[in-house]
Write a protein that binds this ligand. Structure first.
Ligand code: C2E
Ligand code: CA
Ligand code: CA
Ligand code: CA
Length: 274
C-alpha cells in the first residue's frame, strides 16, 4: 500500500510539473501574442427570439500560436488572469471589438470582461476613454461580466455597474446560474440582461432539473424587466422550448458559429441571418 501510495504521489507531482510547464509556455507565448499579431476576434450573432434578426454580436478572442497551434480561450484566459496579462489582452479585445462595431449599422458588440479587469481601479474611466477614442456610442457596447466579478465586493460592483449604465453601456450577467450571486444582489444591480449558461440549455432536453432552472431564470429575468439570452442553442427543439418559455434572445451554433470580422460585417448589413 505504501509503495502504491508513493506512486500516486509521484504521479501527482509529475502532473503538477506538467501543468506548471504548460502554464509557463502559454504565459511566455501570450506575452508576445499581441505584438506578433497572433490574436484575432470572432463574432457570434445574438438573434431575436421570433425572427432571425441580429441584435448584436458577442466578441470572442482566438489565439493562433505558431508554437502551440490554436489555443482555446478556456485555457489561456485563466492563465492571463493569473499573470496580469489579462489587462493588456483585454485592452486589445476592446479596441478591436470597437473597431468592428463601427462598421455595423446598428447592432451592439458584447465584450467579455474578466473579474480581474472589472475590479481594476478606474475601470469605468478606462472603458470610457476607449469608446471615446473609437467614436462609438456606449449604447452599442454590452459589457459581459460573470457573477464572480460582483461576488467579493457587491457594494463596489453595484456602483461600478451603475456608473456604466448611466453612461449608456449595456450590462449582461454572463453564465447566469453557475456562480454565487444571490437574488438580493441581482435586484440591486443595474443590468440589461441575463445570459443563461450553456450547461443548462444543454441539459434541458434530458433532465427535468435543467429545464426547471431555465424556466425559472427566464421568469426571474422577465419579472425584473431584463432581457434573457439563452446561449449554446444547438438544436431546433431547444430553440422552440426557449421561445415557448419566453427567452428574448438566442445564441448558438444552431443559428451561427462565431464568424470572422468580414463575415460579421456582411451579416450585420443584412440585419438578419439567412
Ligand atoms: P462564454 O463567454 O460563455 O462564451 C460562450 C462560449 O460558448 C464560446 O466559447 C462560444 O464559441 C461557445 N458557443 C457558442 N455557441 C455554442 C453552441 O451552440 N455550442 C457549443 N458547444 N458552444 C457554443 P469560446 O469562444 O471557446 O470561449 C470560451 C470562454 O472563454 C468564454 O465563455 C469566455 O468566458 C472566455 N472568453 C472568450 N473570449 C474572451 C475575451 O475576449 N475576454 C475574456 N475575458 N474572456 C473571453
Ligand atoms: Ca460571454
Ligand atoms: Ca456565457
Ligand atoms: Ca459559458
Amino acid at each position: 500500500a505504501k509503495r502504491s501510495g508513493r506512486g500516486i504521489v509521484r504521479l501527482f507531482d509529475e502532473q503538477m510539473d506538467e501543468g506548471i510547464r504548460v502554464r509557463r509556455l502559454v504565459e511566455a507565448g501570450l506575452t508576445q501574442a499581441i505584438a506578433r499579431d497572433e490574436l484575432t476576434l470572432v463574432f457570434q450573432p445574438i438573434v431575436g427570439r421570433g425572427d432571425l434578426s441580429i441584435a448584436g454580436f458577442e466578441a470572442l478572442v482566438r489565439w493562433h500560436s505558431p508554437e502551440h497551434g490554436a489555443v482555446s480561450p478556456a485555457i489561456f484566459i485563466p492563465i492571463a488572469e493569473e499573470s496580469n496579462l489579462i489587462h493588456q489582452l483585454g485592452d486589445w479585445v476592446l479596441d478591436e471589438a470597437l473597431a468592428q462595431v463601427r462598421h455595423w449599422p446598428d447592432q451592439y458588440v458584447s465584450v467579455n470582461f474578466s473579474p480581474v479587469q472589472f475590479r481594476r481601479s478606474h475601470f469605468v474611466g478606462h472603458i470610457l476613454d476607449s469608446v471615446r477614442r473609437a467614436g462609438v456610442d456606449p449604447a452599442r457596447v454590452q459589457i459581459e461580466i460573470t457573477e464572480t466579478a460582483i461576488f467579493d465586493d457587491a457594494e463596489r460592483a453595484a456602483q461600478t455597474l451603475c456608473e456604466l449604465r448611466k453612461l449608456g453601456f449595456r450590462i449582461a450577467l454572463d453564465d447566469f446560474g453557475t456562480g454565487y450571486s444571490s437574488l438580493y444582489n441581482i435586484r440591486k444591480f443595474a443590468l440589461d440582461c441575463l445570459k443563461i449558461d450553456r450547461s443548462f440549455i444543454d441539459g434541458m432536453g434530458r433532465e427535468r432539473e435543467s429545464a426547471a432552472i431555465v424556466h425559472s431564470i427566464i421568469h426571474l429575468g422577465r419579472a425584473l424587466g431584463l432581457g434573457v439570452v439563452a446561449e449554446g442553442v444547438e438544436t431546433e427543439a431547444q430553440a422552440q422550448a426557449l421561445r415557448v418559455a419566453g427567452a428574448s434572445h438566442l445564441q448558438g451554433f444552431l443559428f451561427s458559429r462565431p464568424v470572422a470580422p468580414c463575415e460579421a460585417r456582411k451579416l450585420a448589413a443584412r440585419r438578419a441571418l439567412p
